[in-house]
Design a protein around this ligand. Sequence first.
Ligand code: PMP
Length: 430
Amino acid sequence: MDTRALLDLDRRHVWHPYSPMPGTTTPYVVESASGARLRLAAPVAGRHELIDGMSSWWAAIHGYRHPALDRAVRDQLERMSHVMFGGLTHEAAIRLVAKLVEITPGPLEHVFLADSGSVAVEVALKMCVQYWQSLGRSRKCRVLTWRGGYHGDTLHPMSVCDPKSGMHRLWLGVLPEQVFAEEPPAGFDAPLDEDYASSLEALMERCAGNLAAVIVEPVVQGAGGMRFHSPAYLRLLRTLCDRYEVLLIFDEIATGFGRTGELFAADHAGVSPDVMCVGKALTGGYLTMAATLCTGTVAAGISGGEASVLAHGPTFMGNPLAAAVAHASIELLLGQDWQAEVKRIESGLRKGLAQAAGVPGVRDIRVLGAIGVLQLDHMVDTAAATEASALQGVWLRPFRDLIYTMPPYVTGARDLARIGAAMTAAAVAG
Ligand code: PMP
């Protein structure tokens, strides 16, 4: 089918993320992708190929069509693509789960495989609520989080997204009401703000009788605003959760698998949550799968309760294709000096984004691990910024006041320089 016919059908029938129907903007048609490049069906700004600055929303850490990952999917396909997970099990899932237990913080030892990040967060919240129910403390069913967060688009995860950017006012009476602390003070290297710590403790103390859990994105708040905070706040949360008998959930769906410079962002703080979610880069961006891990204490609590089972079981749970490629992706990551690669990207982004310092409207430039952010003092004109970066040969997807990148770890020095130039051009245009 020619590109124009495809786009016509797309506009009339395909609902894209965060979009009206029919669509008001024209997406780029991707014909294929390999390495850190997207190949377009029709040229954009005269280019058939764009450098991918987004890793398909944090997921494609090894780039596209990696031979080891292609092989893992193909090998699994020869055995089976799917079987139900109730009453059946298989090597692909077992090997993946064992690997996840091995590489995540020590006390996490049980794994529930989910089919997307939002579902993994649903399961995490359900685990915590069910844990307290099992212990006969069913009043503990609310969740505390700090503002500026993002945890997914299904209803319970939405309830712990930032109330303003998550537009909670449109969902009054629909979303469960949760408890919100202020945003954590900004800055990965900033010292712990004692006033913030005291007000967080006061809030926890006041609400603990109703709290099942605290949920946060450790170190980097992603889709809620691309803000970085000090690992000291994670240690603080661990202390407060222990003191006031509240479970701690880390949502590592965006930060996991090396993105922030440690394998998991929790490792910056040296603390372990009671429950942890991973997703996105779990499968190297190949297939949809996420996972919720928990401690033995959480699992024993749930299993010893009246229900005695965790009340969840998606149809495509533990999908063998996804599990096989996830295992291969983790092996591929750990089999190389990934920390050096992420550091290389960090310094490339620092260098590349320095040129944006003098651009009018650029309020802040921040880089952590393989994440680079330009924050503007106004809302980005997304269409103009996207076009400006495409003109430089780079695919970016700015939102709100943010032009940001989290490139695949295989991105080379020249491509990184072009990403820096494209982000700067986007800031000028948008
Ligand atoms: N939590 C975080 C921190 C995320 O960044 C996302 C996805 N942007 C989610 C949860 C939801 O994941 P999914 O889109 O796979 O449902």
